[in-house]
Design a protein around this ligand. Structure first.
Ligand SMILES: NC(=O)c1ccc[n+]([C@@H]2O[C@H](COP(=O)([O-])OP(=O)(O)OC[C@H]3O[C@@H](n4cnc5c(N)ncnc54)[C@H](OP(=O)(O)O)[C@@H]3O)[C@@H](O)[C@H]2O)c1
Length: 323
C-alpha cells in the first residue's frame, strides 16, 4: 500500500510502499478514503515535535470504511487515560510515532473508530477529528461557553479556530474573529461571525470594545506578544482559553488586570474519548460541516504541506485517497 512517511527531518515527507498492516487483538483495519493535515504534521517535518520516529507513517486525521463497509472516522487522541481533567503520560496523537492515517490502510484499536456523521462526505469527515476535538474541549469543557456569551476567536484562518467559530455560532453566541487576512475575515463574516478585525491593526482592541463592550471568552492559538490584548478586552469573569503557541512566549502580562477582573486563563489540548464522542454528537445535532480550504490527491500530499507552511489556508487541507 502507499504510505506517506517522515524519512528525514527538514525534508518534505515522502510516499513509499509499505505492507498492508496485520491486525493485533482489538484492532480494526480501515481503508482510508480521506485524510487531513494539521499544523503538527508540519512541525514534525521541521523536527519541532517530541518523539519523532523516522520511517513512521504520518497523519492524525482520517475517514474511511471498515471491513464490513461501514463509514467511519478515527479519534486521533490515543491513551488519554481515565481522568477527564488532563491526559495520562502515555497520551499521544495518532501519526508518528504510531502509524498514522496518511496511508491506504490503518490498523487501529476499535475503541478509536466511530460511525461517520451521516451528513458529511469522506473529505468533510476527515477534516473533523483533531481540530474538531481540540475546539470542542477548549470552548465547552474548558471555557464553559454558554449561549449568549460574547466570544473572540483569534487567527480565524486556522483549522481549530474555524470549528470554534462554528460551535460558538451554533449555540447562539455573539462572535468576533481576528485574522491577518481581509479575505479570511470576509469568509468568517459569511459563515456568520458578527465582527472581524485585523490583528495587524493596532487599534483592533479599541474597535472590539466599542463594538461589543468587551468579551466573555477568548479562544486563541497564537500566544506571543498579542496575548496581553485578550486580558485587556476580557470582561469581568472572562475565560481565555488557548491550545497553541504559534507566535511564541507570552510576556508583559499584568497580574492586577487578571485578578481584579477574576479572569481564568486556561490551557487545553486535544480531548478525551468522552470529549470526542460528545463532539461527534454536537456535530451531528447541529449538522456542522467542516470548512475545507484545499483538497489535494493523496499522491500530491506534499503540496498540502507547502500551503500550510505559507499559511494561506482558510480551514482544513484535505487529501483525497481515491487518487
Ligand atoms: N494543543 C492541541 O491539542 C492543539 C491541537 C491543534 C492545534 N494546535 C496548535 O494550534 C496552532 C494552530 O493549529 P491549526 O492546526 O489550527 O493551524 P493552522 O490551520 O495552520 O492555523 C494557524 C493559524 O494561526 C493564526 N495566526 C498566526 N499568527 C497569529 C497571530 N499573531 N495572532 C493570531 N493568530 C495567528 C493564523 O490565522 P490567520 O491566517 O487568520 O491570520 C493561522 O491561520 C498550532 O500551533 C498547532 O500546533 C494545538
Amino acid at each position: 500500500m502507499k504510505a506517506c512517511i517522515i524519512q528525514q527531518i527538514h525534508q518534505p515527507p515522502i510516499l513509499t510502499d509499505k505492507p498492508i498492516p496485520t491486525l493485533s487483538e482489538n484492532e480494526a483495519l480501515i481503508s482510508i478514503k480521506a485524510s487531513a493535515l494539521n499544523h503538527r504534521d508540519v512541525y514534525i517535518t521541521q523536527g519541532l515535535y517530541p518523539g519523532i520516529k523516522l520511517g513512521a507513517t504520518m497523519g492524525a486525521d482520517g475517514s474511511g470504511t471498515d471491513t464490513q463497509g461501514r463509514q467511519v472516522v478515527i479519534n486521533p487522541g490515543l491513551d488519554w487515560g481515565s481522568n477527564q481533567a488532563y491526559q495520562a503520560k502515555s497520551f499521544r496523537v495518532l501519526g508518528v510515532p504510531d502509524e498514522g492515517t496518511f496511508a491506504d490502510f490503518i490498523a487501529i484499536n476499535k475503541k478509536y473508530v466511530y460511525p461517520m456523521p451521516e451528513h458529511l462526505t469522506f473529505l468533510e469527515a476527515a477534516a473533523l477529528p483533531l481540530a474538531g476535538l481540540t475546539a470542542y474541549r477548549s470552548v465547552f469543557k474548558r471555557a464553559h461557553l454558554q449561549a449568549g456569551d460574547k466570544v473572540l476567536i483569534s487567527g480565524v484562518g486556522g483549522g481549530v479556530a474555524l470549528f470554534a467559530l462554528q460551535f460558538a455560532l451554533a449555540i447562539g453566541c455573539q462572535v468576533a474573529v481576528t485574522s491577518s487576512s481581509e479575505q479570511k475575515l470576509e469568509k468568517a463574516l459569511s459563515l456568520g461571525a458578527h465582527y472581524g478585525y485585523s490583528y495587524k491593526d493596532e487599534t483592533w482592541t479599541k474597535k472590539i470594545i466599542a463594538d461589543m463592550q468587551g468579551v466573555d471568552v477568548v479562544v486563541d492559538s497564537a500566544g506571543g506578544p498579542g496575548f496581553i490584548n485578550f486580558i485587556r478586552i476580557a470582561n469581568p469573569g472572562g475565560r481565555i482559553v488557548f491550545y497553541g503557541g504559534t507566535h511564541g512566549n507570552i510576556d508583559g502580562v499584568n497580574p492586577q488586570q487578571i485578578f481584579w477582573k477574576q479572569l481564568s486563563i486556561l490551557g487545553s489540548t486535544m480531548g478525551s474519548d468522552e470529549d470526542f464522542s460528545d463532539m461527534l454528537d454536537f456535530v451531528n445535532q447541529h449538522k456542522i460541516k467542516p470548512v475545507i480550504s484545499n483538497v489535494f490527491g493523496f499522491t500530491d500530499i506534499v503540496s498540502g504541506f507547502d500551503v500550510m507552511k505559507q499559511g494561506s489556508q482558510m480551514g482544513k487541507i484535505v487529501f483525497d485517497h481515491s487518487h
